[in-house]
Design a protein around this ligand. Sequence first.
Ligand code: FMN
Length: 207
Amino acid sequence: MDAIEAMETCRAMRYLKRDPIPDELLEKVLYAATRASNPGNSQGWAFVVVRDEAQKARINDAVIEGVGFNVDETAAAQDPSGADPVTTRIIEGANHLMQNMRYAPAIVIVGARCIYPPQNPMKELLPSSIYPAAQNLIVAARSLGLGTTFTTFCMQAEPQIREILGIPDDVHLGALIPMGWPEKSFGPLARKPLSDVVHYDTWDPAR
Ligand SMILES: Cc1cc2nc3c(=O)[nH]c(=O)nc-3n(C[C@H](O)[C@H](O)[C@H](O)COP(=O)(O)O)c2cc1C
């Protein structure tokens, strides 16, 4: 599968099978993540791969408690009539993932240390050590047939996750990505067309 095909069919896969991921595939995905662009090649990133059942369950419980509300209530607030099927589908999926991430064969937490620029590390640059790597990871997983969802669930239970996994205080937690074999199908993404978002040479106020 070429890179474009992987990107254009890389749906957030919130329904995952429990079957394990072979080590060599997991390593390939992590290898791809560490090929990402990053500031000054400082490579401040760190990946914690959680496969242990008890650890996954602890993390899942902490996230559920940390989120502290039922995702369905958020859906109702966003779309009171429940009329928008896309919103309903996303919320149902997000809720399912939140309740069931413990059954994903792997949960990958992507974090980073604030180390760039070396003379004056800037917290504003932290996401640049996390997001490109996470996106590489997600696209590489898709190319190998593995499903993932980019989530920020780790922000909802950061102290608990830090304690459960023994992550030091200087590692910022940026993404929590459940990974596994897809239970639903990959397919084309619903995104705006280029004509809505691309400006050539000068800003087009009509866009
Ligand atoms: C920064 C960020 C945070 C996200 N957080 C969540 C999340 O907490 N739960 C979730 O189910 N999906 C999460 N997503 C996935 C998006 O909801 C998803 O990509 C979007 O709805 C488009 O769906 P698609 O990628 O399947 O086309 C997140 C994505 C990003 C980039």
